[in-house]
Write a protein that binds this ligand. Structure first.
Ligand SMILES: [Fe+2]
Length: 610
């Protein structure tokens, strides 16, 4: 099977990925093309992009693979409706038409969306967690490994432990719906007023402000957790079986009141809830990791599924878990299922795997579209933009100089990232040493007030000079503490801003280290390590910055404004640049100064607690 197209769609964050002879050629999320955040529609634009990248038509594919099995999923849905009758009937009537019109008709829909693709191209299906497991293991650098997948729910499975060896993938254990760590975390996300399926990061970022005061209530009332990491949820407290709300009145009573509405203030109680559910999640993940180690006998671990994006839990598995090494799929959520589905079929049909000790096969997750000089200049001219084209060295020289003067830079280079994080191709950069960078970037560029610090991108060789981390974290999926010698300590010995009482945004803006823009209130940081091998262009800039300033890290946040997907094209980048207050934009070797642009609309600042 030479060319295989993987598809994930219809639930959250649709995506397409293309393999040629088992090699990952292209992968992208649909939201980047349609500009609709977490777009869950059929990824027709992403699929077209993947085909164009390979230079083929849909009829030249050797197969299309969908990332889960619609029939078992529908059966689970029906069983759930029947299980909670009579309330389930409402859910059934509300959602069944959608199931019947597209979700169950995936085969026909795929053919139609791909431009009437011929019947000779087979449409195949994997199981949801098989796709996650394949996305975790096959691109990893390990010849064999334990595999842990944890998410909300696929067909039935919510957590699986498996083992990968060469081209073989074996699923060993699974935990089933409705007993789901992903859904439990999402229930707290919703209860604390954040959006399910995208607000989980915010809940994780809120946790260091709180105390684990609810941990015992969660343990005694909500979950029966066993030593091996398996558990049962007490369904008396949840409403997700009925499909309308995650939690119910009993849950409200246990945790001291009604759910927070998104426009309401974040109170100490919400931070305490965030901390409590975060600690429980870490405990479950550590137990699951130990169990995966025990049943597989492997000393390396691969992870995927939405919960594998919980980089605080990942950091603890890395530091405390029984594994020698871990590797996490950067598109660990359902977008990565598109890639996993194609990889599962390719290897299932006898494809040979050649893991490389020098790294994974994700190409630094730089798997999306790129734009040459002609396309960049055309887009800029259409906007009447004022720009200069300069050499590589001059780009670096200018950017370093601007950054040192506390300027904020839109940095657009090469292929777009696959997965939720910007990794130095579609990024906004700033100086992490600056005490005003955190609030400047939030208010002037992102149009939000955030209680979370930004993430640092740091030279791989220098990471241990700043953080308690000595391994690769190329995809910003590990959280580790800032080293003691760089910390600023309050009079009580704790981190400034860690005490409760004040406004969260005020608290996060208090300097806690020599890198205030990237240090959280517990002195932790969400780290991206940058190496020349994974990301040569970004590495060169960082190295130059290090040579000039002695600081090996930059603030790296995604190139977008609040509520929008990360930019994809030079056109998106220019629009975002002029609609925000970034000081400079760099697209390839084209440099732009905000003050010189003819068109600078002013966008209203929207006060929002993130
Ligand atoms: Fe999933």
């Amino acid at each position: 099977m030479r060319h295989l197209l993987g598809i994930s769609a219809y639930y959250h964050d649709s995506a397409a990925a293309l393999l040629r002879d088992g090699e990952i050629l292209a992968a992208a999320q649909e939201e980047r093309f349609t500009r609709r955040k977490n777009d869950d529609r059929f990824p027709v634009h992403a699929a077209r992009y993947c085909l164009a990248e390979a230079g083929i038509q849909a009829d030249q594919l050797d197969g299309v693979v969908f990332y889960d099995k619609p029939i078992p999923k529908f059966a689970r849905f029906l069983e759930t409706c029947v299980g909670v009758a009579p309330q389930g009937l409402t859910t059934f009537l509300r959602f069944t038409p959608a199931w019947l019109s597209s979700k169950l008709n995936v085969k026909a829909e795929i053919r139609e969306e791909l431009g009437g693709m011929a019947e000779s191209v087979p449409v195949l299906f994997t199981e949801h967690h098989q796709a996650h497991a394949a996305s975790a293991f096959f691109p990893s650098p390990f010849p064999s490994a334990a595999i842990l997948t944890v998410d909300g729910v696929g067909e039935y499975a919510t957590t699986t432990i498996g083992k990968g060896n060469g081209s073989r993938l074996e699923m060993i254990q699974e935990q089933r719906f409705p007993h789901s760590l992903g859904l439990l975390y999402s229930a707290f996300t919703a209860y604390c007023g954040f959006r399910v399926n995208s607000g989980e990061y915010k809940l994780m970022g809120l946790a260091p402000y709180g105390k684990p005061t609810y941990l015992e209530s969660i343990r005694s009332q909500l979950i029966d957790l066993r030593d091996d990491g398996s558990f049962r949820l007490n369904l008396d407290y949840f409403d997700f079986l009925r499909g309308f709300r995650m939690t119910n009145a009993r849950f409200d009573q246990l945790f001291g009141g009604s759910p927070r509405r998104p426009d309401q203030r974040i109170e100490a109680r919400h931070a305490d809830l965030a901390r409590s559910i975060q600690e429980l999640t870490e405990e479950v993940m550590l137990r699951l990791a130990r169990e995966a180690h025990r049943v597989t006998g492997e000393d390396r671990l691969c992870m995927a599924g939405g919960v594998a994006l919980n980089c605080v839990a990942n950091g603890r598995i890395q530091r405390e878990g029984p594994f020698r090494e871990i590797w996490i799929q950067p598109a660990a959520g359902d977008a990565g299922g598109a890639l996993g589905a194609a990889l599962a079929v390719w290897h299932g049909k006898g494809g040979i795997r050649n893991p490389s000790r020098s790294g994974d096969t994700m190409r630094g997750a730089l798997l999306g579209p790129e734009f040459g000089d002609v396309a960049v200049e055309k887009a800029l001219r259409e906007h009447g933009a004022i720009f200069e084209r300069v050499t590589d060295e001059e780009v670096d020289r200018r950017v370093v100089e601007w950054l040192a003067r506390e300027k904020v830079i839109g940095w657009f280079q090469g292929r777009m990232e696959f997965g939720p994080r910007a990794l130095g191709s579609r990024s906004i950069l700033g100086d992490p040493r600056s005490v005003r960078m955190q609030s400047q970037m939030n208010l002037r560029v992102k149009f939000r007030e955030s209680f979370r610090p930004f993430a640092p991108a740091v030279l791989r060789e220098q990471v241990a000079d700043l953080f308690d981390l000595s391994v690769d974290s190329p995809y910003m999926l590990l959280v580790a503490p800032v080293l003691e010698r760089h910390r600023i300590t309050g009079p009580d010995g704790a981190a400034p801003g860690s005490e409760s009482g004040e406004d969260l945004v005020e608290r996060v803006n208090r300097p806690r280290s020599t890198l205030p823009a990237i240090t959280h209130v517990d002195w932790s940081a969400r780290i991206q390590t940058v190496s020349a091998e994974h990301h040569p262009r970004f590495e060169r800039l960082l190295r130059r910055w290090y040579e000039v300033t002695g600081c090996p890290a930059l603030v790296n946040t995604s190139f977008n404004v609040r509520g929008e997907p990360i930019v994809c094209t030079p056109d998106d980048a220019y629009r975002c640049f002029v609609n925000s207050e970034m000081d400079h934009l760099v697209i390839g070797n084209h440099v732009l100064d905000r003050a010189a642009q003819p068109h600078r609309p002013v966008q209203q600042f929207d006060r929002d607690q993130d």
